[in-house]
Design a binder for this molecule. Sequence first.
Ligand code: ATP
Ligand code: MG
Length: 551
Amino acid sequence: MSNTPNSSNFIRNIVIDDIESGKHQEIITRFPPEPNGYLHIGHAKSIVLNFELADEFKGKTNLRFDDTNPVKEDTEYVESIKADVKWLGFDWDNLFFASNYFDTMYEKAVLLIKKGLAFVCDLSSEEMKEYRGTLTEPGKNSPYRDRSIEENLALFERMKNGEFANGEKVLRAKIDMSSPNINMRDPVIYRIAHSEHHNTGNKWCIYPMYDFAHPIEDAIEGITHSICTLEFEDHRPFYDWVVRECEMESVPRQIEFARLNITNTVMSKRKLKLLVDTGVADGWDDPRMPTIAGLRRRGYTPESIRNFCREIGVSKAYSTVDSQMLEYFIRDDLSTKAEKATAVIDPLKVVITNYPENESEILEIPADPKDESKGTIKTTFSREIYIEQEDFMEEPVPKYYRLFPGNEVRLRGAYFVKCTDVIKDENGKVTEIHCTYDPETKSGTGFTGRKVKSTIHWIDAKDNVPAEFRLYEPLINDAEAGNSANFLDDINPNSLIIKQGFMEPRIKDAKILDKFQFIRNGYFTVDSKYTTAEKLVFNRIVPLKSSFKLK
Ligand code: ATP
Ligand code: MG
């Protein structure tokens, strides 16, 4: 894929320097998700960065499943991640599983033991915490730190053979308990977990820790630039230590950038899984979820997500991006791609009392009021039509120019109508309104006799197809939800609004994910889950307008 080159950023500059200085002839990046959930828009930032960077410099990008933790991982996630990366428009050069390197990782751990750089420790995790010290106080050496190399080799082998229970022993690097960097205070590199692994089954009962595994994975694959998020900055000394002391041939360079946060959005697979497991979300692909699957079902296009990721850029400074910026990019993409059509959401019946009964006419309505080349659409008009509830007020507020008793408006592409009567049920709810129309005012005839202040859209009451419309608001009320631990207390109870209505018969054969701009209502797509052979269900992707401006 190469449409838009990466805009300048500090990582790209590092790559350029490394190529110009001859340090690397070819760059290799990787996208290394842990298969413990579905990908979200934050991952998209990393995907776009890694793939487009390699692409720009004719390098390679691997998709690597970082599956070193047997407990939380699942093949469902592996498959969804592959599908999502492809859908975003990227193709990996190699597909790898970190678990395929378990043999090498084990050998490297043995090498560290032989070099006197790793030891088996019997401290419990609580004790280890006590020994670790704090940011201001140095830690203390473990009493097991001085075990002989032979004893360590024998114990590590017995760990591998399953002779100990979970938590009974760990393998630790032997570095410096007084290092100002806590990550260098004899970090754990292997732990015991008697759990079946989705790829290696029951072959292993010891598993490498992320900080030990990741640099080895990168080095094995010859990754030149290992791009990760800023939380790992303090882990970089240990990353470099592992590459050096494990005597890896290839030396990858870790580079950190600030992760993406978006207002009103949780951005972590673990938290998103909670939303799914508690039923707050209707699955990982709920259109309100910031997952790639959710955005796809909501109606986002790969182009809009890629453009968004390019625009937010790459830096070392934390910031939270306004969710309206993502909406900006889908509007921008769909403004030329989505077909215009008419739908009446939340309908109100209008009877045109002076229009002959049992008669109808075909009107030619411009398909796109702003683009004549799109031609016209043939639309039935008759005595009974539907308008939107919102386009009528029995007691209008100031500056309300749409329909109210005594007021006249234009029906888009049809006639002027004036409201004469309001019909209510026994509870006082308006059930239909009566209007008269003026045949002189027919659209396209050049009528200039008088003006009205408002044009509203409508659909014929007989010639239409019913449809459901799902309108969305943010799932979470709090703008800073991404950082809040108790985001579950802040769920927006009105994030899904389901409305019924009617659409033009012309679009009744719309397919799943087809996109439309419904006049005055916004961009919509056909929902993949609730649409049936009998009824189309539309998701509103975004409303038409926003006050948001790109800087
Ligand atoms: P999560 O907490 O959602 O699981 P993670 O960072 O643990 O996120 P991984 O699957 O381990 O997720 O990440 C795969 C890659 O995606 C990593 O390189 C990580 O840096 C990147 N990534 C994850 N979240 C973001 C984000 N919000 N912004 C940018 N990159 C991200
Ligand atoms: Mg993770």
